[in-house]
Design a binder for this molecule. Structure first.
Ligand code: DX5
Ligand code: ZN
Length: 214
């Protein structure tokens, strides 16, 4: 699959409806929603109050990426707030399985995420228990960082594992993705590319999304 999920983190929050309208008109597949708590990551973004306008103005599915401690406390509220998928970090929890159950019980797609310093092997035993895995290609916390090249071999490793076991699990890549590296990421086996600054910082975001997708 070749999906593009612009990250609303880099949108203009003073003109959020306009930016979402642009996303609606574009070939973007999902809207990536970055929630940061200032504890799991050294930055705070936004929470529930923005889910409502995003659901109202955005016609694309909301792909929620929780960068928070204790995701078990909040995943159901994000499901109720209209998330299409909810992901949280493996390294933020002791046991992800009961939390994945909470999300699945709401009929929402599940995603497990790891930061670049977490061994990709730790995801392997969960590949058949989630709809998607998200490999961070920068350290979670901020948009506009540089892509970490070591991500490429991690994508190939997970792709091989998914193929070998005949799974349908999607691979999402988040951080430093742009029109220059998108094709290589898809070739390595990525299914979904998140892009914040590359899309919203572009003079022609619709065209950038088109270029990334094709
Ligand atoms: C980083 C977030 C990313 C971020 C990507 O913690 O998870 O989704 O918005 O931004 P860019 O594409 O600018 O690296
Ligand atoms: Zn993200």
């Amino acid at each position: 699959m070749k999906l593009i999920a612009p990250s609303v983190l880099s949108a203009d929050f003073g003109h959020l409806a306009d930016d979402l309208e642009m996303i609606n008109r574009s070939e973007a597949d999902w809207l990536h929603v970055d929630v940061m708590d200032g504890t799991f990551v050294p930055n705070i973004s936004f929470g529930f109050p923005l889910m409502e306008p995003m659901r109202k103005y955005c016609t694309k599915p909301l792909d929620v990426h929780l960068m928070i401690v204790h995701p078990e406390k909040y995943v159901e509220r994000f499901c109720d707030a209209g998330a299409w998928s909810v992901g949280f970090h493996l390294e933020a929890v002791d046991d992800p399985l009961p939390i994945l159950d909470l999300i699945r019980a709401k009929g929402v797609r599940t995603c497990l995420t790891i930061n670049p310093d977490i061994a990709v092997e730790r995801l392997v035993s969960y590949l058949d228990k989630v709809d998607m895995v998200l490999l961070m290609s920068v350290f979670a916390g901020f948009g506009g960082q540089k892509f970490i090249p070591e991500t490429m071999s991690k994508i190939r490793f997970i792709r091989q594992e998914i193929e070998r076991r005949g799974l349908q699990t999607l691979i999402e890549i988040d951080g430093g993705v742009n029109a220059e590296n998108a094709a290589e990421l898809f070739r390595a086996g990525a299914d979904v590319l998140v892009a914040g600054s590359a899309v919203f910082g572009s003079p022609d975001p619709i065209r950038t999304i088109h270029t990334m997708k094709n």
